[in-house]
Structures are given as C-alpha cells and as structure tokens.
Design a protein around this ligand. Structure first.
Ligand SMILES: Cc1cc2nc3c(=O)[nH]c(=O)nc-3n(C[C@H](O)[C@H](O)[C@H](O)COP(=O)(O)OP(=O)(O)OC[C@H]3O[C@@H](n4cnc5c(N)ncnc54)[C@H](O)[C@@H]3O)c2cc1C
Length: 493
C-alpha cells in the first residue's frame, strides 16, 4: 500500500527486504528465549531468520524512552546468579560481565520490615533471629528446596511445602513467597518444585541486574545475533505457520511466504497452536490438553522519573516488597484493590554511561479481566487512579514524591497484550501444565517447536534463556537428522 502524506508519496518500508526465500529455522518472536535459540542455532551454522512483530527486540525484556532522557525498564528488576553462566556460554563475555548484584532487598508490611542481601546465609540469620525458627528446620527447608528436580513429585503444592516446615507461620510464608510470586507469578497452589527450583536459584548468590539497562543488553544481543549470521526482521508479524503432511514448511509474514525446515515459536503457547498453526494439525487429545493450559497472571506498572536535581537515598533499597495487607494471599496479590506493590529503584549506577537519573517502577500482579472490556473513559480513569494510588503509597518511602516527579505513566494488562500479543497479557507465560504441551509440539508437527515462558520454571529472564537453549538443541538435532550441512558439535562451543 502506498500512503500519500502532505502531497508526497510515502513508500512503506519493506522490513523483509534482505530476507531470503528459505531458511533452516525461522524464530517467531524476539523475547529472551527466541533470541537465545536464534543465536545458538546461528552460531552453529544453520541459516536462521528471527521475526519480531514489534519495532523493538526483547519482548518483555524491553524499555522505553521519554523526553528528558528518561529510560524505563519493564522487567529489569532482578534475576538469579545463573544468568552470568548462561549469558557467557550462549551470548558473550561482555554481556556476562555486565551482570552485577543488587545490594539491598527490602520488605515492608504490617507484620515485618527488614532489609536483606537475599542470600541463603542472610535468610538463615533472619529466620533464626527474627522469626525464631530452629537452625535444623531452616537447613532442612533449604536442602529440600535445593534438591527439587523436575521429575519429582508434582502433587505437593508450595503451600503444603511451607506447612510442612513452618506450620501456621503466615509471616514466614510471606518472606519466602512474596519475591517469587513477583519473579514468576507462581502461587501457593502451584507445584512446590516450581517454587523450590526458582527460590534456590535466587538463594545461591542473591539477586542480580544488568548494568547499562535493558536497552544496552538488547543492543549487545542484537549485535551478537548479526555477527552469528542471523537475519533479523522487526515489524514482522507472522500470520501463519504453513504445515504440509505433518511437517512445518513455511511461515507467512507481511504478505510473503518464507520456506523453512523448522519453526521456533517464541509467541504465546496458545497463540502458537490455535492462531499460527491451527488446531486441525494436532490430535484431539493434544488439543484438549492445550485448551486446559492456564495462562499466568498479568501486571500493572507505574513508571516514575524524578526531576534531574532530585535523588533517592541508597538506603531506600534496590527492590522493595511493600504491602499493606495483614494476610498474604494469592487473591489479594491480584486484586484491583491493590495492597502489594514492588518498587524497583533505579539509581544512576543502573546506567553509568547515561544521564544521572533516579527512577522508580512500581509493579503489581494483576488480572486481565479487571482491565479488559472497560470503555475508553473507564480505562483512562482506571489508569489515572492507578497512578494516584501508587503515588500515595510510594510517598511512605519517598517523601513528597508527587512534587519531585518529572514524568509518570502507567501500563496495564492491555498494554502487555498489545506489545507482546500474549493471551490475556500474561507476564509469565503459562502455568505448570504448559510445559508438557510446549515440549509435545514436535511430536505433533515435525519441525515445530516452542520456546518461551511456560510452566513457571521456564519463566523469568533466566528461565526463558535456558529454555531457548534446550529448544535450540532439539532443533539442531532435528535438522541434523534430516541432513543439515553443519555440525551440531558447534552448539557446545
Ligand atoms: C512487569 C513484569 C516484570 C517482570 N520482572 C521480571 C524480573 O524482575 N525478573 C525476571 O527474571 N523476569 C521478570 N519478568 C518476566 C520476564 O520478563 C519474562 O519471563 C521473559 O522476558 C519472557 O521471555 P520470553 O522469551 O518468554 O518472551 P516474551 O518476552 O514474552 O516475548 C515474546 C515475543 O514474541 C513476539 N511475538 C508474539 N507473536 C508474534 C508474531 N505472531 N510474530 C512475530 N513476533 C511475535 C512478541 O512481540 C514478543 O517480542 C517480568 C515480566 C513482567 C511483565
């Protein structure tokens, strides 16, 4: 389509201009799982095309800029130490070297207020001295959590795990659970192993962040993808995955059909099955299972940038889990009547090379249904309410914040849905049962894979990257079996 603008003729840019007609692998979506899979497969010598519908790479690992030099990160709040190893092996040393620890993690709620480094040693001290738990119980709990493996008992819930070690101790449940709910959307009703694996990852060395911000991380990843020969297309909304005789043959994007021997979809799991491929290509039992997969919750966020001459004391902390609710309960965490907020404080050290700015992002888990179906006016009013109530709540920690803020805005589940196409604006993909469906795709349609937040364990920055690695290995094996020219040995380089 050619669009006339002020008497001129604007020719729309062809975002597929330098793209070939066929590839070994097409990766749909540039979240951390999609980019990691593309990078590994490109590095191994396969021809790879990465297609992203948004105008930016990164998926939920993204950022936005506002006038005045403010850069807001969406999901750069904290990840486990394991990111260093994964980034060194599957990306590069420069990325791994920019991962630095957060110093202060704070909790403030009606039951307790404390600051911790979020290490096992410090948690052991807190549980013993502040919560009065015998040392033997603390050690047994940590050891049990650390030894949990994917193939363990999946019946035990996280709530039951806590009850086993800390019966009736709501305060301890809150301390142990609140950050993990925030990190991957898991709840007390989810399988305990989804808690144990993620919690132990964090407890090994604390909480980490990326120096330079998400913009720098994604730029470094983009450079690495290009250096490994991956073709990258933005504003490329894949409409369909073509299947012939039970095998992937093509993708349809921006009106063009590109042939491919395999597809890694980093799009939402249900969107992959029901929108991109079509349920007619799967057996009915698989489709039943796919329909029963629950998506995880969504989020709201309020982004606040302080005026250039305003600053925040370091003692405020890097991550602050704040709640006004006396009880800790999943429903309360998701309620529109917000009682829990997690504040990420970004000091100038977050972006040492950037302008000296202090920013705050307040995040809260949220239900999509509470935001969908509102009229435009109701939606805008709800966003304004969210901003106002967040300012009120944050002033407890940041006095006179209202007057000190230069820029403020909010996002909702509808925003997340818009930018990522995730079903119901899900922040963390699917619940536990999504993992089996994701892993089962290639048995249904040869050459079809999914890599992205599923099953809680594969969510978050580290989970998404590691799932990208697992799936890249599967794709490589599939391509090798069907006669690729390259050596899979290069995958482990
Ligand atoms: C508010 C919030 C805070 C978070 N905080 C943290 C945190 O502190 N620590 C942490 O570890 N994790 C956090 N997370 C979770 C983490 O960001 C995600 O788990 C992870 O980034 C998801 O990566 P992914 O690979 O699954 O893909 P996603 O990031 O979900 O990306 C999927 C990509 O696919 C693209 N796409 C979809 N459909 C198509 C199509 N048809 N064609 C082309 N492209 C398509 C989308 O545009 C998107 O770019 C947070 C998430 C949210 C929402």
């Amino acid at each position: 389509m050619i669009v006339p603008v002020d008497g001129l003729v604007a020719v729309p840019r062809d975002f597929l201009q330098n793209v070939q007609d066929s590839y070994d692998v097409v990766v749909i979506g540039s979240g951390l799982a999609g980019m990691t899979a593309a990078n590994i497969l490109g590095r191994a010598g396969h021809s790879v095309l990465l297609l992203e519908q948004h105008y930016k790479l990164g998926g939920l690992a993204t950022w936005f800029k506002r006038p005045g030099g403010h850069i807001f990160d969406i999901s750069l709040h904290g990840f486990p130490y394991g990111m260093i190893k994964s980034c060194r092996r599957y990306w590069n040393q420069a990325i791994a070297d920019s991962i630095v620890p957060l110093k202060r993690i704070r909790f403030d709620n009606p039951v307790f207020s404390l600051t911790t480094s979020y290490h096992r040693n410090d948690f052991t001290r807190l549980l013993s001295e502040q919560f009065g738990v015998p040392r033997s119980t603390i050690d047994a709990f940590f050891d049990t959590a650390r030894q949990m493996k994917f193939y363990d008992d999946q019946e035990l819930t996280t709530g039951e795990l806590f009850e086993r070690f800390f019966p009736g101790r709501q305060d301890i449940v809150r301390l142990l659970m609140e950050p993990i709910v925030y990190a991957n959307g898991s709840t007390l009703e989810d399988p305990a192993l989804s808690y144990g694996i993620v919690f132990s990852n964090f407890m090994s060395k604390g909480v980490f962040t990326f120096e330079g911000g998400t913009d720098r991380l994604i730029q470094l990843m983009h450079d690495e993808l290009l250096s490994n020969g991956v073709d990258v297309g933005i504003r490329c909304d894949v409409e369909q995955v073509g299947v012939e005789r039970d095998r992937v043959v093509s993708v349809k994007v921006n009106g063009r059909t590109i042939r491919t021997r395999s597809v890694v979809s980093n799009a939402n799991l249900q969107a992959t099955i029901f929108r991109l491929v079509g349920d007619q290509y799967f057996d009915s039992q698989f489709i039943d299972e796919a329909r029963q997969v629950r998506v995880n919750n969504s989020s709201t966020q309020v982004y606040m940038a302080l005026k250039p001459d305003e600053y925040i004391e370091e003692s405020t902390g890097d991550l602050l889990f704040s709640s006004t609710a006396r009880e800790f309960a999943t429903d309360l965490l998701l309620s529109r009547d917000i009682t829990s907020r997690t504040y990420s404080i970004y000091y100038p050290r977050t972006r040492p090379a950037g302008r000296s700015r202090h920013l705050v992002v307040s995040s809260t888990n949220a239900k999509y249904e509470d935001w969908a179906g509102l009229t435009k006016e109701e939606y805008e009013q709800s966003k304004r309410d969210l901003i106002e109530t967040t300012l009120d709540a944050a002033e407890k920690y940041l006095p006179n914040l209202r007057e000190r803020v230069a820029h403020i805005e909010a996002s909702t589940p509808i925003t997340f849905e818009h930018y990522t196409r995730h079903v119901a604006g899900s922040s963390f993909g699917t619940k536990f049962e999504g993992l089996a469906v994701s892993r089962g795709l290639p048995e249904q349609v040869r050459g079809l894979y999914h890599a992205g937040s599923v099953g809680i364990i594969m969510s978050g920055w580290l989970g998404a990257i590691n799932y990208g690695v697992i799936v890249a290995n599967d794709v490589d094996a599939c391509l090798m079996a069907s006669g690729s020219a390259v050596s899979s040995a290069r995958l482990s380089e």
